[in-house]
Design a binder for this molecule. Structure first.
Ligand code: ZN
Length: 210
C-alpha cells in the first residue's frame, strides 16, 4: 500500500470511526537517538533510525485523522546528555502538552534469535494504558502479522511508562536480533504498515470511549 493511499484510508477510516482521534493530543516518541543508537542488528541497523521512521509515519496518519501530534524528536538527536536526563525529557513532554496519549516507539532484542514480532507494553498501574496496549496489539495481530501470538504486556519497571503521567504505551515493533524482523523493519512499506496498525489501535481505543 502506497503512502498516499494509506493517508486517504486514515482520513476515511476516521470519518467512519466518528473521528475518534480528532483533536486528541498525542505525543509520539521515537526512542533513543544521537549518542544513544539503541539496539543494533547484526548487520548494523540502529534502533534509533528505525524508531524515527515509524514515528514519522505514525504522525502522518494521526494528523490525517485530525489528531494534534507532538514528537519528542524529529532528528537523530538525544534529549539529554545522560540516559536519565534523556528519559526525563521524554516523560515530561506529555504533561507539558496536556496530551491524551504517549506512544513510544522502540525495537526489541532477545538472546534467542528466533524470537520475533511486535508487542505493546503498558504500565500495570494504569487501566487506560492497558486498554490502549491491548487495542494496539489486537490490530498488530489482525492487520499486520497474523502469525503474531503475543499479548499486550504489563510492566512495572519501564521508566518511560512509570514516570509518564499520561496514558502511555511502548510499542516494541520487532526484534533486531531476528533477521526476518530486521529485513521487515528497515523496509519503508513495512514501516508504514506497522504505523497503520498502531494508528488503528489508537483509533479503536478512543472509539471504545465514545
Ligand atoms: Zn529502545
Amino acid at each position: 500500500m502506497g503512502k498516499f493511499k494509506l493517508i486517504a484510508l486514515a482520513a476515511a477510516f476516521s470519518a467512519l470511526m466518528a473521528l475518534s482521534v480528532n483533536q486528541k493530543i498525542i505525543v509520539v516518541d521515537a526512542g533513543h537517538g544521537g549518542w544513544d543508537p539503541g539496539k543494533i542488528s547484526r548487520d548494523n541497523h540502529e534502533e534509533a533510525a528505525i524508531n524515527l521512521e515509524i514515528a514519522e509515519q505514525l504522525q502522518v496518519l494521526l494528523e490525517a485523522g485530525g489528531a494534534i501530534v507532538f514528537r519528542t524528536r524529529i532528528d537523530d538527536v538525544a534529549l539529554g546528555d545522560t540516559k536519565r536526563t534523556d528519559l526525563r525529557a521524554r516523560t515530561a513532554m506529555p504533561a507539558e502538552m496536556q496530551a491524551d496519549l504517549f506512544i513510544s516507539i522502540h525495537q526489541n532484542a532477545f538472546p534467542q534469535a528466533n524470537v520475533k514480532g511486535a508487542q505493546a507494553f503498558y504500565n500495570e498501574g494504569s487501566q487506560d494504558s492497558r486498554r490502549l496496549a491491548e487495542a494496539i496489539q489486537t490490530r498488530i495481530c489482525s492487520s499486520l502479522d497474523p502469525e503474531n501470538r503475543k499479548k499486550a504486556k504489563g510492566d512495572k519497571a519501564y521508566f518511560l511508562l512509570k514516570e509518564t503521567a499520561t496514558t502511555a504505551v511502548i510499542v516494541e515493533c520487532g526484534f533486531l536480533t531476528n533477521d526476518e524482523d530486521v529485513a521487515r523493519l528497515v523496509n519503508e512499506e513495512y514501516q508504514r504498515k506497522i504505523a497503520w496498525a498502531i494508528y488503528l489501535g489508537i483509533a479503536d481505543y478512543f472509539a471504545q470511549g465514545l
